[in-house]
Design a binder for this molecule. Structure first.
Ligand SMILES: NC(=O)c1ccc[n+]([C@@H]2O[C@H](COP(=O)([O-])OP(=O)(O)OC[C@H]3O[C@@H](n4cnc5c(N)ncnc54)[C@H](OP(=O)(O)O)[C@@H]3O)[C@@H](O)[C@H]2O)c1
Length: 329
């Protein structure tokens, strides 16, 4: 089978396209024919060794996939050939990655793609929507009636976080560039302001009378702002940090019971990921949660996809198409 893999840890230039043997599913695994894979920032961290996790070589790159079941390791697993499925946790913790024609997925990490769901949306949302679930329902513990701030609301995680915080019954305030404001409002944000206009962001947050969950999804943190707007008991979520070493006003935060909660989806348990999938699937079926898809590239251009992402030249999700639709591009 054709696959994108590395023989040693390194930059995108070490990604090779070649043939590897089709894997055989074990008793608790399912063989999936992959149709598309979404390109994630964390894939770059894993391939370069920045995120420490076992990387058995040769290592197929990529994490999130959508495809169809080919063969189940056991009939008891409940997956039949031809079923459409998705997964968002290959390619780390010793598991091979997703950018190959066939992937063996542990059954507890495999979710059915519901009828009516767009498979490209399924794979594009697989990681950001699950991250939003973890932020809102596991780490942020968003409760009805609370006020949630989502910075970077027009982004992949931000938009899903707005929708999920609304599902939890919270009031959501967001920042986004102006052409993303309507998307944020459609997802459930009550107020959206341009993140470039710092005084307007401050006014929006000051008017809120205290923020219970503060999530700057873009990774550009401003702890002076946090200090001013955090309500007692505020949970500040950190899921990206853009190489920053910000100054944190600790006395002002701990005296208000403010917690700083960092998390990565890579450490989520299979039960947490399953719960996220259970929430995401109805959204996919109804088309109520959508991701912006930036581009689709064929398998042979996998390294280019990772380079474009690392260079910050991408708005939305880049997909690697293994179904052959982009083969001539
Ligand atoms: N911890 C985890 O488990 C986890 C999981 C997935 C991703 N991540 C990380 O989370 C970050 C965001 O991911 P994503 O997929 O949501 O990225 P994304 O789709 O690129 O979204 C980022 C958003 O932030 C906006 N933005 C840029 N500068 C900003 C600023 N100064 N203030 C407020 N917003 C700003 C961007 O707006 P423009 O469109 O105007 O640029 C964009 O809408 C990435 O660094 C990613 O690596 C972490």
């Amino acid at each position: 089978m054709r696959a994108a893999y590395v023989r040693w840890v390194g930059p995108d230039s070490v990604i090779e396209i070649g043939d590897l043997p089709v894997p055989t599913p074990g008793a608790s695994e399912v063989l999936v024919k992959v149709t598309a894979v979404a390109i994630n920032p964390v894939d770059n961290y894993i391939r370069t060794g920045r995120f420490q996790t076992p990387v058995p070589l040769p290592f197929v790159v990529g994490r999130d996939l959508v495809g169809t079941v080919v063969e189940s390791g056991s009939p008891a697993l409940g997956f039949a050939p031809g079923e459409r499925v998705w997964c968002n946790s290959m390619g780390h913790d010793g598991r091979p990655g997703a950018i190959s024609e066939y992937v063996v997925v542990p059954v507890d990490r495999l979710y059915r793609l519901p009828d009516g769901a767009d498979p490209e949306q399924g794979v594009a949302l697989a990681q950001p929507a699950a991250t939003a679930y973890l932020g809102c329902f596991v780490h942020g513990n968003v409760r009805a009636g609370e006020t949630v701030f989502v910075g970077g609301g027009g982004g992949n995680i931000g938009l899903a976080a707005i929708r999920m915080a609304r599902m939890a019954g919270a009031r959501v305030l967001a920042t986004a560039r102006p052409d993303d404001h309507q998307r944020c409002r459609d997802a459930g944000a009550e107020v959206v302001v341009d993140y470039h206009a710092a005084p307007m962001v401050d006014r929006m947050l000051d008017a809120a009378g205290g923020v219970d969950v503060y999530w700057e999804t873009s990774g550009r943190h401003d702890f002076d702002r946090v200090e001013r707007v955090a309500a007692p008991g505020c949970r500040v979520l950190v899921t990206a940090a853009a190489e920053q070493r910000p100054t944190v006003p600790l006395p002002q935060l701990y005296m208000r019971d403010v917690s700083l909660i960092g998390f990565v989806i890579s450490r989520a348990t299979v039960d947490q990921l399953r719960a996220a999938a259970d929430l995401i699937n109805p959204e996919l079926a109804a088309g109520t949660l959508t991701a912006r898809i930036a581009d689709r590239l064929p398998l042979g251009r996998t390294a280019e996809a990772y380079r474009r992402l690392a260079e910050g030249r991408v708005r939305g999700r880049l997909l690697v198409d293994l179904a052959g639709r982009t083969a001539t591009r």
